[in-house]
Design a protein around this ligand. Structure first.
Ligand code: ADP
Ligand code: MG
Length: 768
C-alpha cells in the first residue's frame, strides 16, 4: 500500500543500532529478554509510565492489586522471627504512606505489610524511618494489604541522586517508574537507560517533527527530550518531553493516514453516474416513507462521489436505527444502474441473511431471484428494471454457494450480500463497483483491503459503523476515510425506555419480568431475551466469526470476583417453557453454535411472529430488524459492554411501537459493573454512550488489533483526552502530505511512519 518508501535505513542509523553496541552485552540481553527491545531507538522509546518523587509517599490504597507496582514508602516497623515449619527467618516490614495511622497493625489504612523470607538485607537496611522504593505485587488478605519479597532501593542513600544536590531539590526530583516485570525492576531499567543516554550522541538524532512544528509548539529538540523524559530534574521537564513525544505520536499516525488518503484518492476508479430512469429512480418512487433530511443529504454526497473516477472512501456513522441500510442500498442501486456490481459485507450470518431478506423485500418487484434471471441482465444494460440479489455465506449448502459464486463471477448478481465468505479467494466478481461494509466494528483495515483487491479497478467503499463514535476516535481508527453522520432517527420512531432491574434489591422482579412479557405478547407483540451464555456448562459464549461476544468488549469476568451462575440460553428456554405467565407462548432459542439451517428457520419464524419469545445470545446484537418486537430483556446485563447493550436495545422500538428494554442484574447496587448499566439506562444518545464506554474501557481496546489492522497501540496518546493534539496533528499532517505527498523533504518523518506501519505489514504477510 505504500509508495516507493524513503530509504529509512539511512535515517537515524544510531537509533537502529542493536543495543549491545551501546550498553554492553549483558544489559542488552537482559533488556531484550524481559522487555523484548532490541535497538537503541526501541529502548529510548520505552517511556516511564509515571513518576514518583522521593519526598512524596505513594498512596497505598490506590495501588493496583496483583500486578507489578512500584511505590515510595516510609518504614514504621521491622521485626524478624524464625520460622517453625521450615528453616529460615521471616522479616516483616510495615510501611506507610502517612495517609492513615502510623500503627504497624495489619489493616491500618495507608499501611502495607511486606514480608521477606531470609531477608537479611531488609532486616538490616529497612529500619523505621527509612524511605525506600519497593517493586512487587500487592495482594489483599482480608482487609490488609501485603507484599512478599519485593525488590527495594533505599532512597536516602541513592548514590546517583545524593551527592551535592540540595535536599529540597532532591525531594522534588521525579523518579521515573517504568512498566516493570517481576525480574526487572523499574530502577534497573532506569539505570540501563541512563547508561544509554550517556553513551549515545543525542544531538545527532534526526527529528521526525519538522522544524516549523517544533518552533510553533516550542518543543525542545528530540535528544534533549529523551533526556528529560528519562532523567528529569523537575516535573516540568518530563511534562514537556511527554507533550512533545505525544505530539510526535499523533503526527506520525495522522501523516500515515493522510498519506493513505492521498494514495487512495489518486487511484483511478470507474465513475458510476446516476441514470435518470434507472432502478434507483424506480426505487425512490416506490419507497413507502420519505427519507430523513440526513439520509437525503448523505445520499447526495454518496451519489456525487460514486460519479467520480476517483474512489469514494467514506465512513457512515449512524445512530442505531437511523436507517443506514436504505442509504447504502440507494448507493448500490446507482452502481448497478451504471452497470457495476455491489457487495454488502455483514459481520454475522444472521445479519447477512436478514439483510438479504429485507433488501429483497424493500426492493419488491425490482429484485429478481437468482434461479430465474438470465445472463447479462444488469439493470440498465439489458433494459430490464430489476436486479438480482444474491446471498453468499460460508454455511450455505455447497450447491447454492457454488451458484452464488457463479452469479457473482458472471455479473448476473448485481448485489451480493455475504459474510467473510465474500473475502475468500474463490469469490470473484465480474465488475465490482462498490463495497459496503456494514457494522464496521468487526472488520479491520486488512479485510477492507482484501475486498478491494477483488475489483479490477479500485472500487468505491462505504463503511458503516454500528454505533456512532467520538470524532477523535473516528479520526484515529478510521482516519483514512471521510466521514458522514446520520444523527436523526426517522420521524414517528417511538422512544425506547430503559429500566435497570436490580434483582438484589427487588427479588420479586424475577417473576414480574415474565408477566410483563406476557402483556406485550397479549398485545400482539414480541419479546427478545438475551443471555450471556449458550449452555450451563460453558463459561462464555464465544463463537469466532459469528460476532458473539466480540473481542471489543471489556472482560467482565475480570472484575467480578467469585463466579456466579449466569443465565444461559438453554436453561432460560427450558425455564420459560415452564413459566406460568408464558403458557401457550412459543419460545425458541437462537445462538451461534446451532446449525445454520436451524438458525435461519428460527429467525424466519420470529420474523413471521410464529415465535413470540426469542431467547438468544448476542447473535442478534447488530442489525436485526423485527418491527413487531417491543420488549428486550437482557439477563445478567452487567456481563455486556456499553455499546453491546446500546445495540441490543436498538432491536426494539423499530416499527413505530414504543420499545422497552429491561437490564436485569443480580449485582448489588453500587457494584462498579453496574456503572455501565446506569449509563445505558440514562441516555439513548449513542455518541454520549460511546464516550462513556471508551472512558470505562482499557485504552488498548480502542485501537485493538481488529480495528487498527494490527498496528501497535498508542503509547502516550489517549484518543478521548487528547482530542486537541489529534486535531492539530491531523491538520499539520494534511498540509505536509499535500505539499509533499511522499514526504521526501521530511525523511525522518517518513521513516517513522514506515516504522510505525511495520507491524501491519507483517500482519499482512502472515495472512497471505
Ligand atoms: P440502522 O441504521 O440501525 O442500520 P436500519 O437501516 O436497519 O437502521 O433502519 C431501521 C428501520 O428504519 C428499518 O426498518 C428501515 O426500513 C426504517 N427506515 C429507514 N429509513 C426510514 C425513514 N426515512 N422513514 C421511516 N422508516 C425508515
Ligand atoms: Mg444496520
Amino acid at each position: 500500500m505504500n509508495p516507493e518508501p524513503v530509504n529509512r535505513e539511512l535515517v537515524n542509523p544510531e537509533l537502529r543500532l542493536p543495543l549491545d553496541r551501546r550498553i554492553g552485552k549483558r544489559s542488552a540481553s537482559v533488556i531484550t529478554k524481559h522487555l523484548g527491545l532490541e535497538t537503541v531507538g526501541e529502548l529510548l522509546d520505552y517511556f516511564p509510565r509515571r513518576y514518583l518523587t522521593r519526598g512524596e509517599l505513594t498512596p497505598i490504597a490506590k495501588l493496583p492489586l496483583d500486578e507489578e507496582a512500584t511505590l515510595v514508602a516510609r518504614v514504621i516497623s521491622n521485626s524478624t522471627r524464625q520460622m517453625r515449619a521450615r528453616r529460615g527467618s521471616l522479616t516483616d516490614v510495615v510501611v506507610t504512606d502517612d495517609a492513615g495511622g502510623n500503627l504497624a497493625v495489619p489493616g491500618t489504612p495507608g499501611t502495607l505489610k511486606i514480608s521477606f523470607f531470609n531477608g537479611f538485607r531488609a532486616r538490616s537496611e529497612l529500619q523505621p524511618g527509612r524511605r525506600a522504593m519497593f517493586s512487587g505485587k500487592v495482594s489483599r488478605y482480608g482487609g490488609a494489604l501485603s507484599m512478599t519479597n519485593p525488590d527495594f532501593m533505599l532512597l536516602d542513600e541513592d548514590p546517583d541522586a545524593a551527592g551535592s544536590m540540595d535536599p529540597e531539590k532532591l525531594a522534588a526530583m521525579p523518579i521515573p517508574v517504568y512498566p516493570a516485570t517481576a525480574k526487572l525492576t523499574s530502577w534497573s531499567i532506569h539505570k540501563v537507560i541512563t547508561t544509554l543516554l550517556d553513551t549515545i550522541d543525542l544531538d545527532r538524532i534526526e527529528d521526525p517533527l519538522p522544524a516549523a512544528i517544533t518552533d510553533r509548539e516550542g518543543f525542545a529538540d528530540i535528544g534533549r527530550c529523551y533526556q528529560l523524559i528519562h532523567s528529569p530534574e523537575t516535573a516540568i521537564d518530563w511534562k514537556h518531553a511527554r507533550d512533545r513525544f505525544r505530539y510526535q505520536e499523533a503526527l506520525v499516525l495522522q501523516a500515515a493516514l493522510a498519506r493513505r488518503r492521498v494514495q487512495l484518492a489518486s487511484e483511478e476508479a470507474t465513475a458510476r453516474r446516476p441514470a435518470p430512469e434507472g432502478l434507483l429512480a424506480a426505487f425512490d418512487r416506490q419507497l413507502p416513507f420519505t427519507l430523513t433530511a440526513g439520509q437525503a443529504a448523505v445520499g447526495k454526497t454518496l451519489s456525487q462521489e460514486l460519479a467520480q473516477n476517483s474512489p469514494m472512501n467514506r465512513l457512515l456513522q449512524g445512530e442505531v436505527g437511523s436507517g443506514k441500510t436504505i442509504v447504502a442500498l440507494r448507493a448500490m442501486l446507482q452502481v448497478v444502474d451504471a452497470g457495476g456490481q455491489a457487495a454488502l459485507l455483514a459481520p454475522t450470518e444472521v445479519l447477512a441473511a436478514q439483510h438479504y431478506e429485507s433488501i429483497r423485500r424493500t426492493l419488491g418487484p425490482l429484485a429478481r431471484d437468482g434461479m430465474f434471471g438470465g445472463a447479462g441482465m444488469l439493470g440498465q444494460e439489458s433494459g430490464t428494471a430489476s436486479v438480482q440479489v444474491t446471498l453468499l455465506t460460508g454455511s450455505m449448502p455447497a450447491a447454492a454457494r457454488k451458484q452464488a459464486m457463479l452469479d457473482a463471477a458472471s455479473g448476473n448478481a448485481g448485489i451480493v450480500i455475504g459474510t467473510h465468505a465474500l473475502l475468500s479467494d474463490k469469490t470473484t466478481f465480474q465488475d465490482l463497483g462498490l463495497i459496503v461494509v456494514d457494522e464496521q466494528h468487526r472488520f479491520g483495515v486488512e479485510q477492507r483491503d482484501a475486498l478491494r483487491a477483488k475489483a479490477q479497478r479500485p472500487p468505491h467503499l462505504l463503511v458503516m459503523t454500528a454505533t456512532p463514535i467520538p470524532r477523535t476516535v473516528a479520526m484515529t481508527v478510521f482516519g483514512d476515510l471521510e466521514t458522514s453522520v446520520l444523527d436523526e432517527l426517522p420521524a414517528g420512531r417511538a422512544p425506547i425506555s430503559t429500566h435497570l432491574v436490580g434483582l438484589a434489591e427487588n427479588p420479586g422482579w424475577a417473576t414480574r419480568i415474565w408477566a410483563r412479557s406476557r402483556e406485550e405478547i397479549d398485545a400482539g407483540h414480541q419479546v427478545y431475551v438475551v443471555c450471556p451464555k449458550i449452555g450451563t456448562d460453558d463459561d462464555g459464549d464465544f463463537t469466532p466469526g459469528e460476532g458473539e461476544h466480540g473481542g471489543d468488549e471489556p472482560d467482565p469476568l475480570a472484575e467480578d470476583g467469585p463466579a456466579r451462575e449466569l443465565a444461559s440460553v438453554t436453561a432460560v428456554v427450558e425455564g420459560l417453557r415452564q413459566e406460568d405467565a408464558l403458557r401457550g407462548v412459543r419460545i425458541e432459542a437462537l445462538h451461534g453454535r446451532q446449525d445454520p439451517v436451524l438458525k435461519s428457520e428460527t429467525m424466519a419464524s420470529f420474523v413471521a411472529n410464529q415465535t413470540q419469545v426469542l431467547v438468544s445470545t448476542t447473535v442478534i446484537e447488530v442489525g436485526v430488524d423485527v418491527h413487531n418486537a417491543t420488549l428486550m430483556v437482557i439477563l445478567d446485563a452487567d456481563r455486556f459492554g456499553i455499546s453491546q447493550l446500546h445495540q441490543l436495545r436498538g432491536r426494539v422500538g423499530r416499527g413505530g411501537l414504543p420499545g422497552t428494554c429491561l437490564l436485569v442484574t443480580s449485582l448489588e447496587p453500587g457494584h462498579p459493573s453496574r456503572r455501565r448499566l446506569d449509563a445505558v439506562a440514562a441516555t439513548t444518545d449513542g455518541f454520549e454512550l460511546s464516550q462513556e464506554d471508551l472512558k470505562l474501557r482499557r485504552e488498548g481496546d480502542i485501537l485493538g488489533a481488529s480495528q487498527s489492522g494490527g498496528r501497535s497501540t498508542l503509547k502516550l496518546l489517549r484518543v478521548l483526552e487528547h482530542g486537541d493534539v489529534i486535531e492539530r496533528a491531523r491538520s499539520d499532517a494534511q498540509q505536509l502530505v499535500a505539499e509533499d505527498p511522499e514526504l521526501r523533504r521530511h525523511e525522518p518523518l517518513a521513516a517513522a511512519i514506515d516504522e510505525y506501519l511495520n507491524p501491519e505489514k507483517e500482519a499482512f504477510l502472515e495472512r497471505g
